[in-house]
Write a protein that binds this ligand. Structure first.
Ligand SMILES: [Zn+2]
Length: 195
């Protein structure tokens, strides 16, 4: 039942679509009184909801434990691993669009954090040593033929180098002439001696 806008006392509904206040005897139209009453109720309800929401927020804020740095790090890592592909794509796109800028920034970052980066790498390798060695071993096993061939090539290169050096020594012991440079192209000589 609505209450009197004048004195706030409870109104009584009369047969002719009118409300009457039992205290101040004023009459009010039923429709407008009920509309106003509903509006007031609605307004109060909204205020109440807002109040409850605030209360809830404050309560949950005070109940929620504060995140430690460790928690935040964990959360970030989790978020990163969940969105890895997205991050990778974004980073790649950014890098491609800002190649020169990125290169300079990477270099600068490395220069200022050199010690930290080297220490991190070292500690990573120390921690992952067994894993890395196992991977290397497996790779070697899977590519045994290739490694054997590479070893053979290396051996033959060394032999060739020896022969060349011998050849040069012998030529220098003879009266110096241009014969050596005629026999061996300079480029090949340099390549052989560099190996
Ligand atoms: Zn009244």
């Amino acid at each position: 039942m609505p209450s009197c806008p004048n004195c706030n006392y409870k109104l009584v509904l009369l047969p002719k679509r009118k409300y009457k206040c039992a205290k101040c005897s004023k009459l009010f139209l039923q429709k407008s009184t009920e509309d106003k009453d509903f509006q007031n109720w609605n307004k109060n309800q909204r205020r109440l909801d807002e109040h409850n929401l605030n209360l809830e927020n404050n309560l949950s804020k005070s109940l929620k434990p504060k995140l430690t740095e460790e928690d935040k790090k964990k959360y970030r890592l989790e978020y990163y691993s969940k969105n890895k592909e997205k991050f990778k794509k974004y980073t790649k796109n950014y890098f491609n669009k800002n190649k020169e800028k990125s290169r300079i920034r990477c270099k600068k970052y490395y220069e200022t954090n050199k010690d930290k980066i080297i220490a991190n790498k070292k500690s990573y390798y120390k921690k992952a040593k067994d894993k890395i060695n196992a991977t290397k071993k497996l790779y070697k096993l899977n590519n045994l033929e290739r490694f054997k061939m590479l070893a053979r090539i290396r051996m033959w290169r060394n032999k060739q180098k020896e022969i060349t050096l011998q050849f040069i020594e012998n030529s220098f012991s003879e009266p110096l002439n241009q014969q050596l440079w005629k026999v061996l192209p300079t480029k090949l000589l340099a390549e052989l001696l560099n190996n």
